[in-house]
Design a protein around this ligand. Structure first.
Ligand code: AMP
Ligand code: ZN
Length: 123
């Protein structure tokens, strides 16, 4: 466990979370501040990297399992209109928790154009 890491504390059970799925290596739980009707975080239980920038081919199998679980969750939550996976790298991209994680977002209705990713101004 990495000191002062909120997600390590969640994995350890020291901070409560609304768990939606888990296996030996991965935990999926609801984001406390949802940015979509369904907003779930998927994290490796071990603190293998602070962000996606720290990943190497060594974690290929783990990532495959994580995306497999994400698809299963999307199916279970009936995210039929589509879903998105996001991983912020660095503060400039909005990263606030420095334990590798992926946001699974979905649950928009068919008419919701707000579901499009915000590409910003480019400036
Ligand atoms: P990011 O900003 O990409 O680093 O994502 C971190 C996410 O973790 C944010 O969307 C937060 O709302 C979420 N978060 C922070 N603390 C908790 C917590 N205790 N339980 C669930 N989600 C959390
Ligand atoms: Zn951690």
């Amino acid at each position: 466990m990495t000191d002062n890491c909120v997600f390590c504390e969640i994995v350890a059970g020291n901070i409560p979370s609304a768990i939606v799925a888990q296996n030996d290596e991965i935990l999926a739980f609801r984001d406390i501040e949802p940015a979509a009707p369904i907003h779930i975080l998927l994290i490796p239980k071990r603190h293998i990297a602070d962000s996606a920038a720290g990943l190497t081919r060594e974690q290929g199998a783990l990532l495959g399992k994580l995306f497999e679980l994400a698809a299963r969750i999307a199916n279970e939550f009936n995210l039929n209109t589509g879903w998105r996976i996001v991983s912020n790298v660095g503060q400039g991209a909005g990263q606030t928790v420095f334990h590798l994680h992926f946001h699974l977002l979905g649950g928009w209705n068919e008419n919701n154009t707000g579901a499009r990713i915000d590409k910003g101004t480019g400036s």
